[in-house]
Ligand binder design. Structure first.
Ligand code: PRP
Length: 182
């Protein structure tokens, strides 16, 4: 294991079980609906989760991407959401959107995105998060599908970064405080 990692919080086996469970729930809830099911991956952290999830779904899906920023540098939330890459397709009224996140912290990003996508005319908007830190919530927001509720620790891996590092780790681990307190 990398020396910067204090402990593994969600190992590969548990991640696989979580993704399998959520894929089953989505299959069950969306099978036979008349609209296009659009997995909306929120860059960059959700890339790994979205890829694994779509492989386990048995119903037809499409994918698209948005990039927003809710964090400044380091570990604190700036409190604003900026759209850096928007969704360009024009047929959102034909789409049931599932916004895919790696983690919910303050809740600002998803609360904002759900409103934004509804205003853009999506047929429906629901949210999926691999990890949820309810202790950090600033705005009232509940996702529709949750992988795992975790304590307020600085986690990296499986897409999640610290200063763009550690996204490639196949597990979710807790970062040693000395790495980000330097
Ligand atoms: C993280 C995460 C969510 C958001 C959650 O993204 O992927 O998008 O922060 O925080 P919130 O609930 O407080 O809004 P980040 O801005 O770190 O970008 P990244 O995915 O590109 O690393």
């Amino acid at each position: 294991m990398r020396e910067e990692i204090q402990k593994i919080l969600v190992d590969e086996k548990e991640l696989d079980a979580i993704v399998t469970r959520i894929a089953g729930e989505i299959d069950r809830d969306y099978r036979g609906r008349g609209k296009r099911l659009l997995l909306l991956c929120i860059l960059k952290g959700s890339v790994v989760f979205t890829g694994d999830l779509m492989k386990k779904l048995t119903i037809p899906v499409e994918i698209d991407f948005m990039k927003v920023s809710s964090y400044g540098a380091g570990t604190t939330s700036s409190g604003t959401v900026n759209i850096i890459l928007d969704i360009l397709r024009k047929d959102l009224d034909q789409c049931d959107i599932l916004v895919i996140e790696d983690i919910i912290d303050s809740g600002r990003t998803l609360a904002y995105l759900v409103d934004y996508l509804k205003l853009k005319g999506a047929n429906s908007v629901k949210t999926v998060t691999l990890l949820d830190k309810p202790d950090r919530r600033v705005v009232d927001f509940e996702p529709d599908y949750i992988g795992k509720i975790i304590p307020d620790e600085f986690v990296v891996g499986y897409g999640l970064d610290y200063d763009e590092r550690f996204r490639e780790l196949p597990f979710v681990g807790v970062l040693k405080p000395e790495v980000y307190e330097k």
